[in-house]
Ligand binder design. Structure first.
Ligand SMILES: C[S@@+](CC[C@H](N)C(=O)[O-])C[C@H]1O[C@@H](n2cnc3c(N)ncnc32)[C@H](O)[C@@H]1O
Ligand code: SF4
Ligand code: SF4
Length: 474
């Protein structure tokens, strides 16, 4: 496997699982009313990447630092597969409960593919004592953050609670029951993030979680901050800050509680903590849609651009441009005289075209300054993590025109950038050999750039170019 490493492999599988269950559940999803959502979800992992993916490295650390050797783990809000798979791989007996049958089924598929065997139970954690009878060595979970993400329309789903008070009441009862199942002299760890109410005030969810554990008999012992990827937050945070003075948040809180006598820790918990796994989180697994990769295009020859297409791919069909400048690229583009607003390059006032487009050719072509979004542009990742040709490219003159080259050849430079030259070569070889959809691995940086650039485009309400992009089926 490219990239290797359990955590990486697992994070990628988890992504697939999350996407799968998201699509199965999409009909049930709603965006909710919390003003936190308007604010860009306050550093929640899921909304920065498009999916809720629990950090596998955090998992490993929590298990190694706060569980006894080979201990058991109780997770009242299991969600995706990561906590279960990492636990099982490291030799801990994991029991996770979740209301979502679809999510649990996807988790089981992932675990089977990886060759581990955590226990997942479908059910309402209000019945945790019956569902997961026994005593546990560690509680570890990431609960719903009230209605920040709504997981289903099941009235037992805490994310559908009628109001915050009802949510906290059900949530506290589950914590109380879980803590009663925790052995003495053991830890509990919850990863939480605060959410805003409709007026913009924080609910104080972190404090309410601490109170629920304290009332249940487990006291706050450690607190740490999980710094989540900044992603496109610098772009998204601008408007809410100006209009409401709300700061962008790019962290979650890791709360660690202890039930019992801390003096016993040195007797019970391992004195030597094993070194971590060889974790490589550099690469992300994606799928390449073979059908899309074989769509035919003219190819971007100089003659064709000059005489036929005039590089219309740089422009909106309605006039103007939509060129995303990733926050990492903004200084360079501005240094070259480009104007960037809300992550988008602004067209030249007189031509209404890209200021770097001269005589229909890109003056940044073959320089290190050409924006990632321009080079990658024919391709995007859809919601299933599949690399597809953007819908709008099929509206261009060059679609199914001229020499009729398959997209993977016509846009080889884009694939070289997105996948890296070596991986692009492997993928193109397979496509040459007539292969169907292909699993490929891209750097996490490139993966994030693709997702974040599209997030920036989604901010542009005038953009016709990304309409339905993510819904393209392959
Ligand atoms: C925050 S999510 C977990 C996702 C998270 N990012 C993760 O992977 O850790 C919380 C989960 O709680 C589940 N849930 C909500 N109410 C529940 C309840 N009453 N009993 C069991 N699970 C519940 C939802 O189905 C969802 O999968
Ligand atoms: S993608 Fe199409 S429109 Fe754009 S430069 Fe190539 S041939 Fe021209
Ligand atoms: S920088 Fe080049 S590729 Fe990008 S929009 Fe401008 S002219 Fe087109």
């Amino acid at each position: 496997m490219v990239g290797g490493g359990l955590a990486n492999n697992m994070a990628n599988k988890e992504q697939t699982a999350s996407y799968k269950s998201q699509s199965r559940q999409s009909a049930l999803m709603k965006t909710g009313d919390s003003s936190a959502k308007d604010f860009g979800t306050e550093g929640n992992i899921s909304e920065q990447t498009g999916t809720s993916i629990f950090d596998p490295v955090l998992c490993e650390l929590v298990y190694r630092w706060f569980n006894v050797n080979g201990g058991s783990i109780l997770d009242p809000f299991a969600g995706g597969s990561v906590r279960g798979v990492v636990a099982s791989y490291l030799g801990y007996a994991y029991t996770g409960i979740d209301l979502s049958q679809a999510q649990i089924e996807a988790n089981r598929e992932q675990a089977e593919a990886i060759g581990v065997n955590p226990t997942w139970i479908v059910g309402d954690s209000k019945n945790i004592k019956e569902l997961a009878q026994g005593e546990y060595d560690l509680i570890f979970s990431c609960p719903p953050y009230y209605d920040l993400e709504v997981y289903s329309d099941d009235p037992n789903d805490l994310s559908t609670a009628s109001d915050y008070e009802a949510f906290i009441s059900g949530y506290s009862q589950i914590i109380s029951d879980a803590v009663s199942m925790l052995k003495d002299n053991r830890f509990a760890c919850f990863v939480v993030g605060d959410i805003r109410d409709k007026k913009g005030f924080y609910h104080n969810f972190v404090s309410d979680t601490i109170k629920a554990f304290q009332d249940a008999g487990a006291l706050l012992y450690n607190e740490a901050i999980l710094v989540t990827s900044v992603g496109s937050l610098p772009v998204r945070a601008g408007r809410p800050f100006v209009s409401g003075r709300k700061l962008g948040k790019t962290h979650q809180n890791i709360l660690i509680f202890y039930k019992g006598d801390p003096d016993k820790i040195k007797e019970i918990f391992p004195a030597e903590i094993e070194a971590g796994l060889d974790i490589d989180t550099d690469r992300v697994e994606i799928k390449i849609s073979a059908k899309m990769a074989r769509l035919s295009f003219a190819g971007c020859s100089l003659d064709y651009i000059k005489n036929v297409c005039h590089a219309r791919c740089c422009e909106k069909s309605t006039g103007g441009i939509i060129v995303t400048i990733h926050p990492n690229e903004q200084d360079v583009i501005e240094g070259l005289g480009g104007v960037v607003k809300d992550g988008l390059l602004q067209p030249d006032n007189s031509t209404n075209k890209c200021p770097f487009k001269l005589d229909n050719l890109c003056s940044l072509h073959n320089t290190n300054d050409k924006p990632f979004g321009c080079i990658a542009s024919p391709f995007t990742l859809n919601k299933n993590g599949t690399l597809i040709v953007r819908n709008r490219y099929r509206l261009l003159k060059c679609y199914d025109d001229g020499d009729k080259i398959p997209a993977y050849k016509a846009f080889r430079a884009s694939l070289d950038l997105i996948l890296g030259a070596e991986e692009a070569e492997r993928v193109c070889q397979l496509l040459d050999d007539g292969e169907g959809d292909i699993t490929a691995y891209i750097t996490r940086d490139n993966y994030n750039m693709l997702i974040e650039n599209d997030e920036i485009k989604h901010q542009d309400t005038n953009s016709e170019m990304i309409a339905n992009e993510g819904n393209t089926t392959t």
